[in-house]
Design a protein around this ligand. Structure first.
Ligand code: X8Z
Ligand code: ZN
Length: 616
């Protein structure tokens, strides 16, 4: 995954080398790219350019695969040695990508085929860190931060190893405890862990910016924003447009949740107006709130998407949960996962070694050696995340016949949306079919199910948007290390309406407590994915001949929808994302009306509840 960012950029390199996201040739030249420097060499020819691209793809694929492999070993077995090996392999791939990216400029402007022009553009979205020392330091810091995050533990009694909690244990407490003091202790305990790598992060930002500048970008944030087939400023404006479309829906949900949390925790803990303390959402980052469902569920609404109890009661283990996920994809006509997937994936947390538990999907040889890495537990959240990860895997498999540079998502948002779109078809009726829910709720239970889903999807939107707003400011230098937390909490209050449950730490690094920051994995793609997945769901339901409320549609077993989806997946990054979107939806622009349609009945209900409850 060097130039590809499928999955979650498991690799140092994915980051280093940016990803493959398309940028139209005109945008490239007008906004970000420096054209080829005049050279004393003879003028380049089309044939030379084609040969250059062929060779570049071969070289990059080879180096990328070995870097992937080294990173896989590191993340599934963290030691100083595996960290060093991953950093070295990453450094080699980064060196090649940078060199190739710079050299490729020579061919800009030639009358090449559309594919070749696109390949050049994609190559030039890579970082180029020419200085060997800087490059080594960059990959060393990336591996070290990933290891630090994976190994981090909070010890409730300093010096007593038996009191230490890993992130998984802390997340379980955040999900289930209703004691605000416990929640706050665990929240603060986890947020202190990132202090260890704050200096490394700041140094990493400086090095990354050097690499982006070499490629003609103002900074790394600008390079990330350039990965959406439009100029960086246009992507920022497009994100804001989408956010403003969904903000009223989020505001209604936020207000309702605040009223209910105030009923649960009392007025000393939850204010009547304004931001809600971050430790009360059932999630370490307050990014999705489905664990609050039991606290906020409407009276008389007993349906939910919660399958955790049944998974436990029926002893459905990690492999069986993953097989259920696979079953959805094969029901759409997609292939079975290769045998090696089952042999080589890491589905549960090993007891005898440190690993990075954050779920990710991997494509190790750009052919069939695909794997997921997850610490699966029998919860609804993990059941849905399996569908998410398998979305990455089925995308990887679908585009494996594309040339190397096109083995990627149409844009990062697509890669993140594929599995989530499928998971939107995990409806109560579907769960009942699998034997995971006892009853199929009738339409009178829809509000409960919609609220459950909104706590997962609508709650996420501002978080999905703000993480990279913070990073864009960090990379542009607007947020300096001493202001990291100040800027972070300004954004969290502004967009999420969430506040820190304790005073700011001196020289703190709360953003670093979120996986994607030390992993340097872009985040705006998740925001985009949360818009796109509803657009794709709406179109696939239409293709399946479904008529009715979107929340009741499941495309399970629908081969016609499956074929349409597969056709888009197999395009990979070969065409601008608008064309991929059009292939499924007939639409060429991202559009939040699908998510608004999906939740329209809930919005009406929330507004009525808010009017009632705020009188109490
Ligand atoms: O990181 C992920 C996936 C792996 S690509 C599990 N997600 C984001 C997160 O956990 O913060 C999925 C939703 C948002
Ligand atoms: Zn993902």
């Amino acid at each position: 995954m060097m130039i590809k960012t499928n999955s979650i950029a498991p690799l140092v390199l994915a980051l280093a080398m940016a990803s493959l996201y398309p940028l139209s040739a005109s945008a490239a030249t007008a906004n970000t790219m420096k054209s080829a420097k005049p050279s004393k060499q003879a003028a380049p020819t089309v044939a030379e350019a084609e040969a250059f691209l062929k060779d570049a793809e071969l070289r990059l694929e080879k180096l990328n695969n070995s870097a992937q492999r080294a990173d896989w070993v590191n993340q599934t077995h963290i030691t100083d040695d595996t960290e060093a090996i991953a950093a070295q392999a990453g450094e080699l791939a980064l060196a090649a990508a940078g060199e190739i990216a710079l050299a490729s400029r020579r061919y800009n402007g030639l009358p090449l085929s559309a594919d070749s022009k696109r390949k050049l553009m994609l190559l030039q979205l890579s970082l180029s860190i020419s200085d060997a020392k800087d490059r080594e330091e960059y990959t060393r810091l990336a591996s070290a931060m990933s290891g630090d995050y994976g190994k981090a533990k909070y010890c409730r009694t300093p010096g007593d190893a038996s009191s230490c909690l890993d992130l998984g244990q802390m997340e379980a407490i955040m999900a289930t405890s209703r004691d605000p003091a416990v929640l706050k202790d665990v929240w603060v305990g986890w947020h202190q862990q990132s202090l260890k790598y704050k200096d490394s992060y700041a140094q990493f930002v400086t090095l990354s910016n050097k690499g982006a500048k070499e490629m003609g970008f103002a900074d790394t944030g600008s390079m990330w924003r350039a990965q959406y087939d439009m100029p960086p400023a246009a992507f920022a404006a497009e994100s804001e447009r989408l956010w403003l479309q969904v903000k009223p829906l989020y505001d209604s949900l936020h207000m309702y949740v605040r009223l209910k949390l105030r009923q649960t925790y009392g007025k000393d803990v939850v204010p009547k107006e304004g931001a809600i303390p971050a430790h009360l959402f059932g999630n370490m980052w307050s990014q999705s709130w489905e664990n609050l469902y039991p606290l906020v569920k409407p009276q008389g609404q007993n349906a939910s998407l919660d399958v955790g109890a049944v998974l436990k009661a029926k002893n459905i283990d990690a492999k069986a949960m993953t097989q259920l996920g696979e079953g959805f994809y094969t029901s759409l006509g997609m292939e079975k996962l290769p045998a090696s997937f089952w042999e080589k994936s890491m589905l549960t947390k090993p007891r005898d070694r440190e690993v990075v538990c954050h779920a990710s999907a991997w494509d190790l040889d750009n052919l069939t050696d695909v794997r997921i890495k997850m610490c699966i537990t029998p919860t609804t959240e993990d059941f849905l995340t399996i569908h998410h990860e398998l979305g990455h895997i089925y995308y990887d498999l679908a585009y494996r016949k594309q040339p190397f540079l096109f083995k990627g998502g149409a844009n990062g948002g697509f890669h993140e949306a594929i599995g989530d779109t499928v998971a939107l078809s995990v409806t109560p009726a579907y769960l009942n079919k699998l034997g995971l829910l006892n009853e199929v709720p009738d339409a009178s239970q829809d509000i409960g199910v919609l609220l459950n889903r909104a706590l997962e999807k609508v709650a996420f939107l501002p978080f999905g948007y703000l993480v990279d707003q913070w990073r864009w400011k960090v990379y542009s230098g607007e947020a300096k290390p001493q202001d990291y937390d100040k800027v972070w909490w300004e954004l969290r209050e502004k967009y999420q309406g969430v506040k820190r449950p304790a005073p700011l730490e001196v020289n703190g690094f709360d953003a670093g407590a979120k996986y994607h920051v030390p992993a340097n994995s872009a985040y705006a793609q998740y925001f985009i994915a949360h818009i796109l997945q509803f657009q794709l769901h709406r179109a696939l339901c239409r293709e399946a001949g479904y008529v009715g409320p979107l929340n009741r549609c499941s495309i399970f077993e629908n081969k016609k929808a499956g074929e349409k989806y597969q056709a888009m997946l197999s395009m990979g990054a070969s065409r601008p994302w608008n064309e991929a979107l059009k292939a499924v939806t007939g639409e060429e622009q991202m559009d939040a009306t699908a998510i608004l349609d999906y939740f329209a009945p809930l919005k009406v209900w929330l507004d009525a509840q808010n009017a009632l409850l705020s009188k109490e």
